[in-house]
Design a protein around this ligand. Sequence first.
Ligand code: PPS
Ligand code: ADP
Length: 188
Amino acid sequence: MLSRQDKEELLKQHSVMIWFTGLSGSGKSTIAIALERELHKRGLLCRILDGDNIRSGINNNLGFTEADRIENIRRIAEVSKLFVDTGIITIAAFISPSNDIREMAANIIGKDDFLEVYVSTPIEECERRDVKGLYAKARRGEIKNFTGISAPFEAPAHPALTLDTSALSLEESVNKLLELILPRIQKK
Ligand SMILES: Nc1ncnc2c1ncn2[C@@H]1O[C@H](COP(=O)(O)OS(=O)(=O)O)[C@@H](OP(=O)(O)O)[C@H]1O
Ligand SMILES: Nc1ncnc2c1ncn2[C@@H]1O[C@H](COP(=O)(O)OP(=O)(O)O)[C@@H](O)[C@H]1O
């Protein structure tokens, strides 16, 4: 079987896992999509995994209990590993609310390939945006175990990068990411 290196040579890139973590509405998916566009422009092949393509498909039998979140992230990490091993720059945008859950993902994918990016937008701003109206429902008690309201979120201790979208524009966040990532994914 061909190796990851063979595939990276074919694609003329080094693969990596960019793992976004943060509250609902913090900006994970928005930044992931903008980052993918910038990398694509530079001839780099990416794959985004987010709620839209994972929770509606492979993980459509999972909810938001702690056990289901662990299983959600475990499957996402296993799928991500397949992409990373194919030489593809893999971008995941999931709340992944605890150090244990993110460490499990890093261990599955491989710590050397795992770049943790904390989207640290304060909950007040996420709630003000309330993109899907879920914070309002959680406050009314209509959704149980809602992260930041009735379920915990543990901030990562040593992320590779922290992005607070209440202070940074989308372009500024993407530029910070490009600065961090480009040196390690562009083949000389
Ligand atoms: N109880 C509860 N808690 C948190 N989030 C909830 C919940 N119920 C539904 N949603 C919606 O699901 C999205 C989060 O899914 P994730 O797969 O990223 O969560 S986790 O990593 O398994 O914790 C999250 O979407 P994003 O806003 O894209 O993060 C929410 O819209
Ligand atoms: N500077 C910013 N960076 C990223 N998103 C922002 C910013 N300012 C406002 N937003 C908005 O915040 C929302 C973030 O939602 P989303 O990306 O779905 O978050 P998440 O994936 O973390 O749940 C979007 O509606 C986006 O347009």
